[in-house]
Write a protein that binds this ligand. Structure first.
Ligand SMILES: NC(=O)c1ccc[n+]([C@@H]2O[C@H](COP(=O)([O-])OP(=O)(O)OC[C@H]3O[C@@H](n4cnc5c(N)ncnc54)[C@H](O)[C@@H]3O)[C@@H](O)[C@H]2O)c1
Length: 180
């Protein structure tokens, strides 16, 4: 759990889930840095104590530079364009904002060297219509994190890839742990 003055980055901190998360962290005394490009949100009602960095996370250099300047202890990575249906028609946009953005944020976390915990927001979409057992039987929701991913659209594929890149980078660093 966070302690006072913990420096935290929330990507997508202006969004539906990000905003109340930032409020919670501020209430618990954290120094909160929001990285968001406001492509699916605006700055209305963001607590004025949050530091706002208007960055498009698909930009590798800007993302890494921003994270290295902030030097966070914890990163909550929420940002993406979370649209399963749209992803079938705009695979490039959803893959960039979901998978490539995650690659960039994880790279920043590793290079920065101060991150103790990396919380990657995934989605139940990663399990598709359900967990497929060896005998072919499909187990529907509720899902467990031990279930084998079974993505059925571009968004879900991007989320599964984001999980794997976070694990891959995190497993090589003592300073970077993954929670999905
Ligand atoms: N809302 C749900 O029911 C739900 C369910 C499962 C998982 N999730 C996951 O939780 C996370 C947050 O979801 P949400 O519902 O708050 O989404 P949201 O669209 O409300 O918030 C996402 C935020 O990310 C920002 N963003 C998008 N692309 C960006 C980029 N390239 N650079 C910088 N900022 C960018 C948007 O401007 C927005 O503020 C997502 O990762 C989503 O997949 C949400």
């Amino acid at each position: 759990m966070q302690t006072n003055e913990t420096c935290v980055i929330v990507t997508g901190g202006a969004g539906l889930i990000g905003k109340p998360l930032c409020d919670y962290l501020i209430q618990h005394g954290c120094q909160v840095h929001i990285i968001d490009d406001f492509s699916n949100s605006d700055a209305t009602n963001i607590d004025e104590r949050c530091h706002i960095h208007c960055i498009n996370l698909t930009n590798n250099e800007q993302t890494i530079e921003t994270i290295m300047n902030i030097k966070p202890t914890i990163i909550y990575h929420l940002a993406c364009h979370p649209y399963e249906g749209l992803s079938q028609f705009c695979p490039h946009d959803v893959s960039m904002t979901t998978y490539i953005a995650t690659v960039n944020v994880v790279s920043g976390a590793v290079k920065c060297g101060t991150v103790k915990r990396f919380v990657n927001y995934s989605s139940m979409a990663r399990y598709g219509s359900g967990h497929r057992k060896d005998n072919g039987e499909i187990i529907p929701a509720p899902f467990y994190e031990t279930f084998i991913p079974n993505p059925e659209d571009v968004y879900a594929v991007s989320k599964v890839c984001s999980h794997f890149i976070t694990n891959e980078k995190g497993s090589r660093r003592k300073n970077c742990r993954n929670n999905v």
